[in-house]
Design a binder for this molecule. Structure first.
Ligand code: ZN
Length: 478
């Protein structure tokens, strides 16, 4: 190696200097390749938030503002849909045009709480409550690939997304679907066999027409969820003193929580007020709520605590501890999940159908076993007189054909609209059954239990139970 005269003189001072100069000199050698570039640090995130619609983050906006503006964490947000299925509170723009406006609202809203890295995956907003309807209406494969790419670009330590389980509450299927793809991306971004074209080095980095992407695999460390159905609809969220007729708050003890009544040291206002301000950017949606709160200096509507639900961690930490507890700055190696394994069942049974069946398999496959205990009995809600369609499966795991007879046990005032009672089920198959019932048309708001049981040749062959909250509960298509 031949040192240039300047480097020779500069390198005579100390051993440490000589060592660093040797490295510099190495870089000067025309036969040595330049140092490999690192991933673009402008897009590194400490936390990646994956949600469905532009404005989904409002209910955790105070918490995100605390992280971004007071703790200087790098937060990035992905919206899977354009929100093009929603209404417009202030203009005539609808459909795709509304979707464009909602994207801009989201950029401005997140900018107000210090978040600049925002991505949109441009799927259609699909108002309904069955996660599989949303995944079917979206391009699931495209969304997963795009999200894996964004995990590899942003390299988050923590991923925060909606709650992957049907709940009584708003229960928007797009929320659940964004969560499903977020969980899949958490588990796949570190796997070099998944979307390998993203990982293959560019043929000519500074040239044109590169067909591969030059990313590195990335394993996020911790996964958290949030939900808008902790208790029930807004009157119960927004007024802590109002007695909720609902079940125990889903978020209680299930993860860290954050009181938004605290004051932000950098913004000099409560995090509830920051959330109200963030809401004002969404005038096509519920921005007026934020405007009214600021005008009246009353932030009660935004003062409910932010409760996160612990999903899983590859680096330990407690369920209710800080989301960054245990995070390793140097990152972690890829950790494969258990994956899907076919179930071994016997006899003739009655089971919940989709989406509950899907989730029971999905949680196991993605090492989210604790999810099954959070809502142990499937739950729904019904407005007075509303019709519900509930997916069941009459299954015959024996080696001979069977006829399975179903009967419903419904509370007073409910009506069973079943078309058939008996189902011929071939050996080794399951017959998908849609149980159709309508809720009572009046009475108290309260939980009720619906049950279906199966018999085969007069022998009991299993049953399922669903809890339904009956009351004035909203208009989301079910
Ligand atoms: Zn939403």
């Amino acid at each position: 190696m031949k040192l240039r005269p300047f480097l020779k003189s500069a390198c005579l001072f100390a051993i440490s200097t000589i060592l660093s100069c040797a490295v510099s000199a190495l870089a000067q050698d025309a036969s040595t390749a330049p140092e490999l570039l690192r991933p673009d640090s402008r897009f590194k995130a400490d936390m990646l938030v994956v949600v469905a619609h532009e404005d989904d983050e409002v209910m955790i906006a105070g918490y995100l503002a605390k992280l971004a503006q007071d703790e200087h964490k790098r937060i990035a947000v992905v919206y899977v849909t354009n929100g093009d299925g929603g209404g417009n509170a202030v203009g005539n723009e609808a459909g795709a045009a509304l979707g464009q406006e909602r994207q801009m609202e989201a950029r401005r809203a997140l900018g107000s709480i210090g978040i600049e890295n925002v991505w949109f995956l441009n799927q259609h907003d699909t108002p309904n409550q069955n996660v599989l309807f949303s995944l079917g209406h979206w391009d699931h494969g495209y969304v997963l690939g795009a999200l894996v790419r964004l995990v590899r670009i942003t390299r988050p330590d923590v991923l925060l997304t909606w709650f992957p389980d049907p709940v009584s509450g708003e229960n928007h299927a797009d929320h659940q679907a964004s969560s499903v793809v977020a969980v899949e991306a958490f588990d796949e971004a570190g796997d070099e066999t998944k979307f390998p074209e993203q990982l293959s080095p560019a043929k000519s980095r500074t040239g044109m027409s590169n067909l591969t992407e030059g990313l590195l695999p990335w394993q996020a460390q911790k996964l958290y969820f949030f939900t808008d159905a902790y208790e029930v609809f807004t009157p119960y969220w927004y007024d802590a003193k109002k007695q909720s007729p609902f079940r125990k708050n889903l978020g209680e003890g299930a993860g860290p929580s954050f009181e938004v009544t605290a004051v932000s040291p950098s913004r000099h206002m409560s995090y509830a007020q920051i959330a109200a301000d963030e809401q004002t950017y969404y005038m096509t949606q519920e921005g007026q709520l934020g405007v009214d709160a600021i005008k009246g200096k009353n932030f009660k509507t935004f003062a409910f605590p932010v409760r996160l639900i612990f999903g899983k961690s590859l680096v330990g930490g407690s369920v209710t501890g800080d989301v960054f507890e245990g995070v390793k700055a140097e990152g972690v190696r890829f950790r494969p999940v258990r994956g899907y394994a076919a179930e071994q069942k016997q006899g003739v049974t009655l089971e919940m159908g989709d989406p509950w069946r899907f989730y029971s398999l999905f949680w196991k496959a993605h090492d989210l076993d604790r999810m099954a205990g959070l809502i142990p009995v499937p739950e729904m809600e019904a407005d007075y007189g509303e019709w519900l369609n509930i997916g069941l499966r009459a299954c015959n795991y024996t080696d001979k054909d069977a006829v399975i007879e179903l009967s419903a046990a419904l509370p007073g005032g409910w009506v069973d609209h079943a078309q058939y009672k008996r189902y011929p089920v071939r050996a080794g198959e399951c017959y998908p059954v849609t149980a159709m019932v309508s809720a009572r048309s009046s009475g108290d708001e309260k939980w009720e239990e619906l049950a279906w049981s199966a018999t085969e040749e007069a022998r009991k062959a299993g049953s399922v139970t669903v809890r339904v909250f009956v009351g004035k509960v909203g208009s989301m298509p079910r």
